[in-house]
Design a protein around this ligand. Structure first.
Ligand SMILES: Cc1cc2nc3c(=O)[nH]c(=O)nc-3n(C[C@H](O)[C@H](O)[C@H](O)COP(=O)(O)OP(=O)(O)OC[C@H]3O[C@@H](n4cnc5c(N)ncnc54)[C@H](O)[C@@H]3O)c2cc1C
Length: 400
């Protein structure tokens, strides 16, 4: 499992921190568990962080909320590596192969010429595998409610419904990062935010993914896996006001009437605001990963690959003895991609430019090959192929 950081930092780590064998004791009040790192949230990135920490011999615990926060996420990746990877290994995963289309604000339908087929799988499936592998490697996983987090002797005291968890480093992998941000006094309420709203349905035979760029610059995305169909609206408008209504109208127009199984809304830090890149994602005893850090692709809104990369980088920084290193690691690894996409997004998704690009793409195949990655870079860009390969490698390893 190697992200570019392996190539950049092949030299020996400056500081290798091996966790001491912390005791676990029972008190009258409850259980006290002391670990080196507590990962708040056992979703896609939290589970994978636990696995990487345990693999490095770091004494860690994941605390996952016992409340049902499962929104049935699926991840869609390009399967242009089908020749390289034997996807039969993945037969046990919930994978679905779907043709993909992009719809312009003017309603033109465009099928990316090079990578028409995308590969979707249920994120939850892989998360469960990661959690199991984390446990196997010695990471503790607690399904407990977090009641509060406090500073304690340079580290942290995490109070859960069943225990007091003491640790040196706190890792936020709780998507919106509210618990950890509150503890480190980065108040999430004060950040300007990006909203996403979605519905999930039981899939009754729908078999194509599409992305529609809307007049207001928002993006409506529909994608499916074997079991579920997801419809999502996201964008950089300052509030979520009216978004659900717009989403429902689009669903009726493009999908017909359907019975939805669950609905969700997410609030991310505003990646389109240049101030986003000035804020650190780690400090001397804390790290924000994946969605909690706002690491979601600004154009396609994919965050799955960043979630895996940030999990690995967080574990590396802790192994090297200083969580602050993580802030440089994510910037070196995928920060530039995110920053460039954030700058480009407003141009590419403005109706005039998007319509012009679509018109050009219709004229010639070579123009279409050039343009399709621009409109949804994270899914179809050539550059994303290496990420796709990495993701598939990880999946293969976990599917063994
Ligand atoms: C519907 C949907 C579709 C998506 N589709 C794609 C896609 O096609 N391609 C792609 O690349 N990305 C996609 N993404 C983004 C991708 O899912 C995220 O980037 C990825 O899940 C981020 O991982 P995470 O661990 O930060 O968050 P999550 O996987 O959401 O995990 C957060 C975890 O934290 C837990 N939690 C929350 N609060 C607490 C608390 N107080 N205490 C303990 N635990 C807590 C939750 O229960 C959850 O398990 C999609 C996201 C959504 C919502």
């Amino acid at each position: 499992m190697s992200f570019p950081v392996d190539k950049i930092y092949l030299q020996q780590p400056l500081l290798v921190h091996h966790s001491p064998p912390y005791p676990k004791r029972q008190t009258k009040k409850g259980i006290i568990t002391t670990v080196e790192a507590v990962v708040v949230g056992g979703g896609f990135s939290g589970a994978y962080t636990g696995y990487h920490l345990a693999q490095r011999g770091i004494n860690a615990a994941i605390v996952e909320s016992p409340l049902d926060t499962d929104c049935q996420n699926s991840i869609t990746v390009s399967q242009n590596d089908i020749g390289v990877f034997d996807l039969n290994h993945l037969s046990s995963t919930k994978k679905t192969v779907c043709p993909a289309q992009i719809l312009s604000p003017g309603g033109k339908r465009f099928i990316p010429s090079k990578q028409e087929h995308l590969f979707s799988f249920k994120e939850n499936y892989l998360t469960k595998e990661f959690l199991q592998k984390s446990r196997d490697k010695g990471c503790r996983v607690f399904n407990e409610q977090i009641l509060g987090i406090e500073h304690e002797n340079g580290g942290w005291a995490v109070h859960t419904s069943n225990r007091l968890l003491r640790c040196r480093v706190l890792i936020a992998a709780d998507a919106q990062g509210k618990m950890v941000k509150k503890a480190i006094t980065l108040n999430p309420q004060k950040e300007t935010a990006v909203f996403g709203t979605g519905y999930s349905f039981y899939n009754k035979g729908h078999s194509h993914n599409f992305l529609k760029i809307l007049d207001c610059g928002e993006v409506f995305k529909v994608w499916c896996d074997e079991e579920m169909l997801h419809a999502e609206l996201f964008g950089s408008l300052p509030t979520g006001y009216g978004r659900r209504k717009r989403l429902e109208t689009l669903m009726r127009e493009l999908l017909g009437n359907m019975d939805f199984s669950s609905t969700w809304t997410s609030v991310f830090p505003d990646i389109y605001n240049p101030a986003f890149f000035e804020k650190p994602c780690s400090g001397k005893n804390w790290i924000l990963t994946a969605s909690a850090a706002g690491h979601v692709h600004p154009i396609g809104c994919e965050g799955g690959l960043f979630a895996l990369a940030s999990a690995e980088l967080a574990a590396k920084a802790i192994e090297w003895g200083d969580p602050r290193i993580y802030d440089s690691l994510w910037r070196d690894c995928y920060g530039k991609t995110v920053a460039t996409a954030a700058k480009l997004k407003n141009y590419l998704h403005s109706p005039t430019i998007a319509n012009t690009l679509f018109a050009a793409a219709y004229k010639s195949k070579s123009l279409s090959d050039l343009i399709s990655p621009l409109l949804t870079p994270s899914l179809w860009a050539k550059k994303s192929c290496s990420h796709t390969k990495r993701l598939l490698r990880i999946m293969l390893e976990f599917a063994k």
